[in-house]
Design a protein around this ligand. Sequence first.
Ligand code: G6P
Length: 479
Amino acid sequence: TKSLRGHEGSAAFVVAANRLPVDRVQLPDGSTTWRTSPGGLVTALEPVLRKQGGAWIGWTGAADEELAPFEHDGMQLVPIPIHAQEVEEYYEGFSNATLWPLYHDVIATPEFHREWWDSYVAVNRRFAAYAAAIAEPSAVVWIQDYQLQLVPQMLRELRPDLRIGYFLHVPFPPAELFTQLPWRRHILEGLLGADLVGFQTNGAAQNFVRLVRLRVGHKTHRDTIYLEDGRSVVAKAFPISIDSSSFEELARQPETAARALEIRESLGNPKFVLLGVDRLDYTKGMPQRLRAFGELAQEGILDPAEAVFVQVAPPSRERVDQYRRLRDEIDRLVGRINGDVGRIGQPPITYLHSSFPRSEMAALYRAADVMVVTPLRDGMNLVAKEYVACRYEDTGALVLSEFAGAAAELKQAYLVNPYDINGMKATMLKAISDPPKEKTKRMRAMRRQVMEHDVDKWAQNFLEELELIREPHGKRTRP
Ligand code: G6P
């Protein structure tokens, strides 16, 4: 933590996440600068960080980069160096080829390598050391996601004065899957270093509490875990959300409406536009949804001149094997369907393997009659909420997987089991052809949910609960 010299003990609020909330951008003169990344997490935490003089520690995304802390948008950003071998072992390896598939129902087979684990431990230790160095006495530290599950305990050992929160953005698997992990006990104990452990759903929180009881042997009662030393840990659901009103605002702009019309025109003014938007990830159920749509087109149930599918899939984790294979699979599937039923100038599927600014996404959401979100497993899925936030006229339909955390809140969506291709075909058809009145009824209810529960409220709820849980050095006793 040499590079922190002069910044020690300076932050009353610290966020630790694998990634910093900025992207590097090239300026015309060749120099580079930083731009705040579009994610909801930054949007929610930026005001808190600014108000409290907070710091965000994380990785820039480049290997072997040693940068001093810098200011950006009123936030103190603290880059953590990650070496090339750690990118392979901690990030691509343990985080994204062990934990990611294990936590997502082993859709892909997790790989277990002891060197990857060692690297995960080393990088988690570095995050803990940076957080310990930058936090002022009794500061609040909020650790994010599966890449940093050991940090709570490591940090508590260094700084018992801190209030430590942790939030897992991805699913937390049932004991039957989690216990495959050779380092299961270390992970559970790592998380128990926090005062509050947040999950996306009640089910995930219950999985964790049950595992702690069975595997670590702690006493538990409902959402509270009682440790031997008298400390207690609360584990409960805080479903994350988006900056709902800013999405609605964007969708309401005249330029967005114009762009939405232009998009529909470019697609040949079909009657129905179906839309999918996902990082190119095997958890998202893209092949399943494309197969369902493709069969409807091949069977002549949907006329490719009347109904088209737009799939936007920004590249992701491209050096991880399973992601390369998925890309090939999607390339082949889209090519086959378009080749089978497409006509000149009229492919049934438009596939875009790239990312777009928020304004373009808002236009796409406005242009889409049916949004199709069919992950095989997903912690929450914010795309579903973005679509709903943009449908301010209460039109459009959301087809949503039962296996996304969002399904617990968006109960009026057209829910599907993405493993059931016939079921998906039937539900997609229903979402297309239901009377407008029915669609409006559903959309209105979902909009109430999304507009009321935005990401600000999410952060506020979590941080308030963290304040409540532990009076400084106080002990909670068993009821
Ligand atoms: C998911 C994870 C995040 C991660 C994001 C992008 O949403 O929960 O922690 O940052 O995917 O993945 P990447 O590996 O590019 O950071």
